[in-house]
Design a protein around this ligand. Sequence first.
Ligand code: CO
Length: 665
Amino acid sequence: MAKSAATKKSAPAPPSTAPRPHPLDPLSEAEIALACDLLKSLKTLSASTRFAFVQLEEPPKADVLAWDGVKQIPRCAAATVFDTRTGATHIGVVDLGKRAVVSWIEHPTKQHPYGQPPIIIEEFFKVGDIVKKDAGWLKAMKRRGLSDAEIALVQVDPFSSGFFDREAEKGRRVVSAVSYWRENARDNGYAHPIEGVVALVDLIAETVVDLVDEKDIVPIPKRARNYHRDAYPATRTDIKPLDIVQRDGPSFTVEGWHVSWQNWSMRLGFSAREGLVLNQVGIRDGKKLRPLLYRASITEMVVPYADPTANHYWKSAFDAGEYGLGKLANALELGCDCLGHIHYFDIPAADDNGVPMVMKNAICVHEEDYGILWKHYEFRNDTFEVRRSRRLVVSFFATVGNYDYGFYWYFYQDGTIQCEAKLTGIIQTAAVTPGQPYPWGGMVAEGLAGPTHQHFFNARLDMQVDGDRNTISEHEFVPRPWGRDNPHGNVFDTTSRVLARERDAAREADGRTGRFWKITNPAVKNSVGNPTGYKLVVQPTPLMLAQEGCTMRARGAFATKHLWVTKYDPAERYASGNFPNQHAGGDGLPKFIAQNRSIENADIVVWHTFGHTHICKPEDFPVMPVEYVGFSLKPTGFFAENPAMDIPADKNAASVTEDGSGCCG
Ligand code: CO
């Protein structure tokens, strides 16, 4: 089948000799076109219908695991659609082979606990037009001294409005709009927040339904704080090129959506909501490919703000469920975003109108040198061995309004998997009257502050350590009291307990006891007679600090624990539930674990919340240097020895000393 450009509907079935798509391959452009066209015609969707998410409806796990590579498993697509004139919202599932809508479920947006489809690109632009026609908002701008020309230049940000049980928001599809003064269209508006004005915009009625225009006026900070290259003409001159040269090409191979690299094997996927998805990650050990993860992704984020004033108290963006990390993926740039020998994956996607398109360079795959992997020098006999570490990097970047987030998965030669989120972009800002203190965060410049906030990410790890049935246990280091079994006082113990049920497994990290969790396969024994396992290594960072009873805590409850474990249920996909936008709270992980299913020696999903608590500082402006957060999965009694002993003892021929002499002649 042709790889490229929008094959419109009625794509012919591939000839029987063509390779079958793997059951987990993302939808092709032709499949997206077919799915959207079938929904439009069979459900007689109006022209005002928009497609918020369109993605592969994954086949049952058992079918995928039993797949023989020949038999066709039905290809299905799922779409979240809503009518921009009525707000009516449906989730439709299409069987592409049968050309039939096999499921069509209305999602009740007008009843408690509400929940709306994500904000779509078209609405980003629409909100500015709606707000700028509102007499109250225009009056608020005039009160702040803005001329008509300045008002035309105001940047209006549609921000997911959260849920506060206000009459104006119930059952309505709304966003909160905050505004920024700009000197010109290229100016960084976040340097000039217009404080004390918030418009609640009904996206269906296309009107402002509530307006905050505070009596006390805070001056708009006007100093330009730009980051484009023209703003910094005097760049440093002492940087010489640092080239990543891979003369013989990379060590990974890509076939369709499958990537293999040294002992690693995985299939890549992508969804509009999550972005990058890793499927069927396994590692070769001798002749055997040993499974580790059936599926892994970041299913949700939340960024709750800790400023109680009008422009900020409601801010708690759920960047995956309220916007779609995949939809907002960047087209990565060779030599800028990515160095070395790069393989880019282009992602077939649906636009808001259900028309297929391709997101160019959305996923980057490359290799990186990572310093020393292992080393020893034996001075007695002059044996010296050192091996450099290399990692495979699979990544994408999403820009969600002011912030930019990189999502990086690293695969190491010693069997470690690392997930790292890179936080950069521009902070949310608040204007402060000069001379006044700002009690809710840090000042970043004269008259300009950044409200304190937290960023939380939730990784869903459908574990498959040596097979489907796994057990999770918790381990801690505990000092042993003096006694006959500790005569010198040096002994300490490592405790170990199985987390047997879902409610036992909602856990917090503890840096003082070094608490960690191990996912093991009780049926498979390692070289020393114990169940094979992988360890989840986390950062014991603060969890959600908003109070019990605060709606952002109820809505982002996944961020109240570092660890959650559920029994696999294909319907439980997102840490915050299916429709977090404007949801009243209580969905997602707390609801899943309320079932308290047995998770011992079972098909389990491990959900890990990690985050960063951000107090803003001058160095965060105008663009914040990357902050890193994440976790690792490390083999712990999985291999019989260091699995990286067989790396050849190579010397890098391109390395030289200052006098120009090289290592290899
Ligand atoms: Co931040």
